[in-house]
Design a binder for this molecule. Structure first.
Ligand code: GDP
Length: 298
């Protein structure tokens, strides 16, 4: 995974990684710590998280008598690994009937693509996957999901444009259960133009699935890494509507600011469970904090 992250995180590596390396190459001074702070904030780690991280680092560097830039960089990597290492990133499954993963997020973040990639991965592992197109607001969304279903070998349950999304979720679950499927992935609408209505709709979809399945096994929120800190505001709106269990962070390959992973965990209290590293069907990976930190500062 480190090599894959290294290849795909080129932009973040060349900005954050190189900046930090060059800061410490000039020795460990007050100025260096200030510059490190600036670099982490520029990478979207978030102001509060950065202040705490750098304060902790400075204290440890002092206590441990750290003198060289290499040692300081090693310490930074260790602190980031520890910070990211505490989260539980498992994707919950069940044995009695199809596992239900509800997928939410704003349009354009990469929700449908991520569902397609997830479906492909589980079909490849010999699982039967059903996709439910509960974004009934745009027919194009269901069409797109259908294309993914055809491409990867997953059945798609859809309804007419304007149908009740909760009823599509219900049908999707009934169909997955009847077929003895292993995994149901539910795509939902993400238009932010009418936030209140959208959130009410999402709440209803989740209630129906919870009722049918006992409980959704995962409620995944898709966030676009290139949106940076603004994505955190979007995330809070979704978190107020449904209990989110984890984040799929897309387009990590297209941003110089990989620090958003830390902000999501610190400020939202959500684990990043999967990351999008490109547009291709194989470009979705479990988030591996060690590989991520290693790749950033390699
Ligand atoms: P949705 O509206 O949230 O369902 O978004 P889509 O799934 O249609 O994706 C929007 C665009 O983002 C498409 O062009 C995708 O190919 C692209 N995309 C999705 N995930 C990634 C990713 O991890 N990396 C890159 N570079 N592009 C992505």
């Amino acid at each position: 995974p480190t090599e894959r992250f290294r290849q795909r995180l080129g932009r973040a590596r060349s900005s954050l990684g190189n900046t930090v390396a060059s800061i410490f190459s000039r020795g460990i001074t007050d100025e260096a710590w200030d510059e490190l702070e600036e670099a982490l904030i520029a990478a979207d780690v978030g102001v509060e998280a950065t202040t705490e991280l750098v304060e902790g680092l400075r204290e440890r560097a002092r206590a441990e008598g750290i003198r060289t830039g290499d040692e300081a960089l090693g310490l930074l990597k260790e602190v980031l690994r520890l910070e990211l290492g505490v989260a539980d990133r498992t994707l919950s499954r069940r044995e009695d009937g199809p596992s239900v993963w509800l997928v939410t997020g704003v349009n354009g973040t990469g929700k449908t693509t991520s569902i397609g990639k997830l479906a492909a991965r589980h079909v490849r592992e010999d699982e039967q996957v059903v996709l439910a197109a509960a974004d009934t607001f745009r027919a194009a969304a269901a069409d797109q999901l259908e294309r993914w279903g055809e491409a990867v070998g997953a059945r798609v349950v859809r309804a007419a444009e304007g149908a009740d999304p909760a009823s599509v979720a219900f049908d999707g679950h009934a169909s997955a259960r009847a077929a003895g499927a292993d995994l149901l992935l539910v795509d939902t609408a993400g238009r932010l133009q009418n936030k209140k209505e959208l959130m009410a709709e999402l709440g209803k979809v989740k209630r129906v699935l919870d009722r049918e399945a006992g409980q959704c096994d995962e409620v995944l929120l898709v966030l676009d890494a290139t949106v940076g800190q603004n994505g955190l505001q979007q995330a809070r709106a979704f978190m107020a509507a449904v209990e989110v269990s984890g984040v799929v962070l897309t387009k990590l390959d297209g941003t110089a600011r990989g620090g958003i992973v830390i902000a999501i965990q610190r400020e939202l209290g959500l684990p990043v469970k999967l990351v999008g590293l490109g547009e291709g069907v194989d470009d979705l990976a479990p988030f591996d904090p060690d590989a991520f930190v290693e790749a950033l500062f390699a």
